[in-house]
Ligand binder design. Structure first.
Ligand code: AMP
Ligand code: MG
Length: 487
């Protein structure tokens, strides 16, 4: 049989000193729990081969030809405090491969056993959290949001011990790369300027190749990462996604969403929403995400300072300008996204006010964000607003303003309604659905996970018989809901 992946491992070949060789722990009985066949197909992989060999490959038991398994160095600001050495403590980079379009991906195993960076942890993962990453990352992709993707989940046949014994599992994921703000922080915090420069050159070659030849590539890279993060976080805000642990080791330089731990989708609209059990101060609350994004980019800018300019003041000015640009870029992306959600094409200055006024109504009435947004297109089609909106005194005035805008659009309200249905999802990975599907899976039944995946990977199309996937959780569920890091 041909090798399953045509590996071409640039990181292993070029970045000596940025990783340590590593290998997977032995596992007694690896079994393929989920294989993402549509993804495998789009990557040009042999689906049949992965069905038969996937359990061994994705648990790290049989090393595919050409793999160079390694654990990467990185540091990170975690909840504001700097940890100078984190690194891949429960992950293994098997290598890189190209898809038929020439796009390069990392293939990484998560939960594959301890490495030099495990700091006393077991390096392993349990089935629930690995399925959680699979489901939510695939949901995010279907929503059109840049993200790492999940190729497979393998159960290992051995328990992992958290508060209780849980079935162990490994997630195989692909990413544009696993380079993070924290990767730069690792080398910069050791005053390793040559190392930081080498990492910069590698990052540029891999993600922003056009910058290689501009006069100041370091400034170019900073601005490119700022732009990518501003666009990404604005997209999270559009769908009510709360990452939950926006530490700088979880900020990918590619601009992909990475590391689905305690993440969750907001039900009722409230900027203060926090689900993560470890986020006691609400640092990573829904409404704080753009501000935290900017804070994380300030940490990135700091790592680049010696490369931005030889003169300290000039370097600092470059950093300040880039961070200011984050605010502008984020605001523009947010307004652009909201305009689309409201069916508006022709921009006007007060579009952000129109959107914010609507969200104020959502918040005051404690309305479910996703279903209420989706319901607006029915109003554009002439239906009465649903009870939650109708009960808000401010809604009548708001809706008159909004409908007047749609009337001025080419083809008016009905065309706007169709556009809205293409960007306001019906099905998102709602917390209560994810939890109950994962509970069933841990109990041995993957059916509910499959059903949920079917709904959320087609988020905009009405799927007959799938009403329960569209409904908000009962209030009592949302009030007490907490997510965990899954380590
Ligand atoms: P994460 O919360 O997945 O972003 O991980 C933060 C850091 O903790 C990374 O350095 C991980 O490699 C490490 N880590 C998380 N879980 C484990 C584990 N079970 N064993 C060893 N290291 C871990
Ligand atoms: Mg992480």
């Amino acid at each position: 049989m041909p090798a399953p992946f045509a590996f071409d491992n640039t990181f292993a070949a070029q970045m000596d000193g940025f990783f340590l060789p590593a290998q997977a722990a032995p596992f007694p009985e690896p079994k393929l729990a989920l294989l993402n066949e549509p993804l495998a197909q789009s990557l040009g992989l042999d689906v049949e081969q992965l069905r038969t060999e996937g359990a061994g490959i994705f648990s790290g038991q049989s090393l595919p030809e050409g793999a160079t398994p390694l654990a990467q160095f990185y540091a990170g600001h975690q909840f504001g405090g700097f940890s100078p050495q984190l690194g891949d403590g429960r992950a293994l980079l098997l290598g890189e491969f190209l898809d038929p379009a020439g796009q390069r991906y990392d293939l990484q195993l998560k939960g594959s056993g301890p490495t030099e960076f495990s700091r006393g942890g077991d390096g392993k993962a349990s089935l629930g959290p690995m399925l959680r990453e699979y489901v939510i990352s695939e949901g995010m992709h279907a929503l059109g949001i840049p993200t790492t993707r999940s190729l497979a989940v393998v159960t290992t046949g051995e328990p992992v011990y958290r508060e209780e014994p849980l079935p162990g599992a490994v997630l195989a994921r692909i990413a544009a790369s696993h380079l993070r703000v924290g990767t730069f922080a690792f080398f910069a915090s050791r005053q390793d300027i040559a190392g930081t420069r080498k990492l910069m050159d590698y990052t540029i070659a891999r993600h922003y190749p056009d910058l290689a030849t501009i006069p100041n590539p370091a400034v170019g890279l900073l601005n490119a990462v700022v732009d990518a993060q501003a666009e990404l976080i604005a997209q999270w805000m559009m769908v009510g996604f709360i990452h939950g642990v926006m530490n700088t080791d979880n900020v990918a330089l590619s601009g992909e969403t990475i590391d689905y731990g305690p993440c969750a989708f907001m039900d009722r609209y409230d900027p203060g929403t926090v689900y993560s059990s470890i986020d006691r101060q609400g640092r990573y609350a829904y409404g704080n995400q753009p501000g935290i994004g900017q804070w994380n980019l300030a940490r990135f800018a700091e790592t680049l300072l010696p490369l931005l300019d030889d003169d300290d003041d000039t370097a600092m000015n470059h950093a300040k300008e880039a961070l200011q640009a984050f605010g502008l870029r984020y605001q523009a992306a947010w307004t652009r996204g909201m305009r689309a959600k409201l069916g508006i094409i022709e921009a006007q200055d007060e579009d952000d006010v129109l959107a914010k006024d609507l969200l104020e109504i959502f918040e005051a009435q404690k309305l479910d964000y996703t279903t209420t947004m989706r319901s607006l297109s029915s109003i554009a089609r002439g239906e009465a607003p649903r009870a939650g909106l109708a009960r808000a005194n401010a809604f009548e005035g708001w809706s008159a303003r909004w409908l007047a805008r749609l009337d001025a659009e080419p083809n008016g309200r009905s065309a706007a309604a169709d556009r809205m249905d293409a960007v306001n999802p019906i099905y998102i990975p709602r917390n209560h659905l994810v939890e109950s599907a994962l509970d069933a899976a841990v109990g041995g039944d993957l059916g509910p996970v499959q059903d949920l995946l079917e709904a959320i990977t087609h988020p905009y199309e009405v799927q007959p018989g799938s009403d329960r996937f569209a409904e908000p959780a009962p209030d009592a569920f949302d009030d007490g809901f907490q997510t965990f890091c899954g380590t």
